[in-house]
Design a protein around this ligand. Structure first.
Ligand code: IVH
Length: 688
């Protein structure tokens, strides 16, 4: 009897996993080894993400030959191993004041046993960044290598991805022959939220937290992926160094800060554990205000000679400890799952919870992200669930305590009809989300759309928050975003509870928003997939909303960060009559629908329409200076080399970008070639 699918290991999930592995391996090979992809990057990512999610949910089905275990890379271009000259250690944890005090005592005792009188012991505190540990090697002041921690002894060479991190100094002044900076790569919370918005709109599953997304980005084989995500690095110390010795850890941090590294300005030195504990409390209180995630405070002995005396115990140094914040998770009962409709019609599941205190606030609703996530986590109404509140982000349900589940609890299904407008829900073939197709008329979508339009980062109309938007819609004052600009003082005053002053304040705010620059207006319009970063890139590329509308998908796709699916959706969206009418009305209301002359790249410059990548160090120019020169000549600078790159300008110690350019046949220019380029003598590039 032939084996049915269900009889094979892992049942139908197992079959899907095997199918995905084959597909991912096949397409990855086409892309990397043959340079002849057959599917878009987005489609590839989607396959990869689905595989990863299925494997995470079914760890027993993970096998060593899965592409996910190869760090997303075929052997031809896998990350090279890097042996750390000094091991990258981990940290012991203290979860209470008592445990921290006990550590202080152990430090004293250990030194006493070794007959070292430390005199007044001082300690350094700094935030424990929740990211990915990284080692950055500089030779003669030039950045030469970035490596992950790996197993602490051997990490992965991720130089090409680190190079895309704009803010990291690639060159440092008065540096010793060799110095290794250590730090943590992270994704700022705002950028993380933006990334997930984009992923949701592209039908990709959300990253669970900034840490995962930073780790995923830095371990992308394709530097373009890393370049699209605004990663940053906190540098917190020095590993090996030759020809230079520091006396204290705080001295190292100061040295780094003075050389342009992002070293935490709130790093502090203390004379007692008591002071350290106060500082830990201080960090706990500031935690939610930071634009990066921290999960505790690292406490280190300041004097480096004592580090040697104290040494390590296993993989943990005795000279440092991590004071961990109290957990921001709690368990509670999920009463019901509710479905809302998002700005672009996606159905979004929400958990209505028995109110519970998490990390200092009471939470009664939490996001379940999306349909796929909900299914993967297998959360059901009536379950006891774990709720997580991290930083500023919306509380989320992380898991259900399934062993406590009551009998008969059924898997939730998205509704058949839109909860906001009753339209039949559809599930497009290439999407993991169900959507309400009534984009022009669904009040739920309209509400979300207006909410996004007025939000911070978009038109930023203060005094027009979620509640006001809901009210104005309800009272018939507005029906779409353009109506906002027709609101009058009297109309507003007629609302109960709205006085003369708040009405006139709001009018002033609305008026002020007419000055919002075009890229933000474009973001506010909420075109599918277009987040703040992409909106900037589109504005830069096309200059005006009309030129964007008139572009065909292939042209739109040439924009940094835009794939074929988004390009098509943006085109379709602007071709839609009712969307365009709104744009026209907004323009008539005085909103900026094009870049100012001063914001534009000059037309007719020698580099018009050309994309240039800068790599290595130029003898007399910084990256910024060279970039500005390219822009003034009408060209565009991007962070990574692809087939869309016209020229690469390579200075000294240009590494992987130069190699990639040579492989793709992109002309590589030196400093003199760069001058000729700016003067309009273009060497022949492949596409003419
Ligand atoms: S010191 C001694 N300082 O925490 C080894 N680590 O749990 C630790 N981390 O792998 C290095 N912020 O990635 C240090 N201010 C900080 C840190 C920090 C985050 C990470 C680091 C390390 C992990 C150890």
């Amino acid at each position: 009897m032939p084996a049915r699918e269900q009889d094979q290991p892992g049942g139908s999930v197992g079959a899907r996993i095997r199918e995905l592995r084959e597909k991912v391996t096949h397409h990855s090979e086409l892309y990397h080894a043959k340079d002849a992809p057959e599917i878009s990057d987005e489609e590839y990512d989607r396959l990869f993400a689905e595989l990863q999610e299925l494997e995470q949910a079914n760890p027993e089905l993970i096998s060593g030959d899965s592409p996910t275990q190869r760090v997303g890379s075929p052997p031809v271009e896998a990350f090279a191993p890097v042996e750390h000259a000094l091991p990258m250690l981990s940290l012991a944890n203290a979860r209470s004041a008592g445990e921290l005090e006990a550590w202080g005592t152990r430090v004293h005792n250990h030194l006493a046993r070794r007959d070292v009188d430390p005199g007044e012991l001082t300690y350094v505190t700094e935030p424990k960044i929740d990211g990915l540990a990284i080692s950055l090697t500089y030779e003669d002041g030039r950045f030469v290598r970035g490596a992950t921690r790996g197993d602490g002894r051997v990490g992965e060479d991720v130089t090409h991805n680190i190079e895309t991190i704009e803010e990291l100094p690639k060159e440092i002044d008065d540096a010793p022959p060799l110095i290794e900076v250590r730090g943590e790569v992270y994704l700022p919370i705002e950028a993380f939220a933006e990334l997930n918005r984009r992923r949701a709109e592209d039908g990709l599953p959300a990253f669970a937290n900034p840490r995962n997304s930073a780790a995923g980005s830095i371990r992308q084989l394709d530097p373009r992926m890393a370049a699209e995500r605004p990663l940053a690095i906190w540098s917190y110390g020095i590993g090996v160094s030759e020809g230079m010795a520091f006396e204290t850890h705080s001295g190292e941090v100061g040295w780094l800060a003075a050389r342009g590294f992002r070293a935490n300005p709130d790093t502090a030195v203390h004379a007692s554990i008591e002071e350290v504990l106060d500082r830990c409390q201080w960090w706990l209180e500031r935690r939610d205000e930071l634009d990066f995630e921290i999960d505790g405070v690292v406490v280190k002995v300041d004097r480096l000679d004592l580090w040697n005396e104290l040494g390590t115990a296993g993989r943990e140094p005795r000279w440092a400890i991590a004071w961990k914040f109290p957990p921001t998770t709690a368990t509670t009962r999920l009463k019901e799952i509710e479905w809302n409709v998002g700005r672009t019609g996606h159905l979004v599941p929400w958990a209505l919870l028995e109110p519970v205190r998490v990390g200092g606030v009471t939470v009664s609703t939490a996001t379940l992200h999306n349909e796929e996530d909900l299914e993967r986590k297998d959360v059901r109404a009536g379950d006891e669930v774990v709720v997580l509140r991290a930083g500023d982000v919306i509380p989320q349900v992380v898991s259900a305590l399934t062993q406590k589940r009551r009998k008969g609890a059924r898997r939730p299904r998205p509704p058949k009809k839109c909860p906001a407008c009753g339209t039949e829900i559809v599930k497009p073939e290439n999407s993991v989300f169900s959507i309400c197709p009534n984009s022009a008329g669904c009040p739920g979508q309209i509400f979300q759309h207006i909410k996004h339009f007025v939000s911070r980062g978009a038109m930023d109309i203060e005094g027009l928050g979620e509640k006001q938007v809901a009210r104005f819609l309800e009272e018939g004052l507005i029906a779409d975003v353009a109506d906002i600009y027709g609101l009058g003082q009297e109309q507003l005053e007629s609302l109960s509870g709205m006085g003369e002053l708040s009405a006139s304040n709001l009018i002033t705010e609305i008026d002020r928003s007419r000055q919002v620059p075009f890229p933000r207006v474009l973001f506010a319009l909420g075109l599918p997939g277009v987040g703040a970063v992409t909106a900037e890139a589109l504005a830069d590329q096309f200059g005006s909303i009309e030129d964007l509308r008139d572009a065909d998908p292939e042209q739109i796709e040439e924009t940094e960060g835009v794939g074929p699916i988004m390009a098509r959706q943006v085109g379709e969206s602007l071709a839609d009559e009712s969307t365009w009418q709104t744009v026209v009305r907004l323009k008539e209301a005085g909103l900026r629908m094009e870049l100012d002359q001063s914001e534009r790249r000059p037309e007719g410059g020698p580099l018009e329409g050309r994309t240039v990548v800068l790599t290595g160090t130029l003898p007399d120019l910084t990256r910024d200076e060279a970039g500005a020169m390219i822009k003034r000549a009408g060209g565009k600078v991007t962070g990574s080399v692809s087939k869309k790159t016209d020229f690469v300008v390579a200075g000294d110690s240009a590494g992987s970008k130069r190699e990639k350019a040579e492989k793709l046949g992109v002309p590589v220019l030196d400093r003199e070639g760069f001058d000729r380029l700016l003067a309009g003598e273009l060497p022949a590039s492949d596409d003419g």
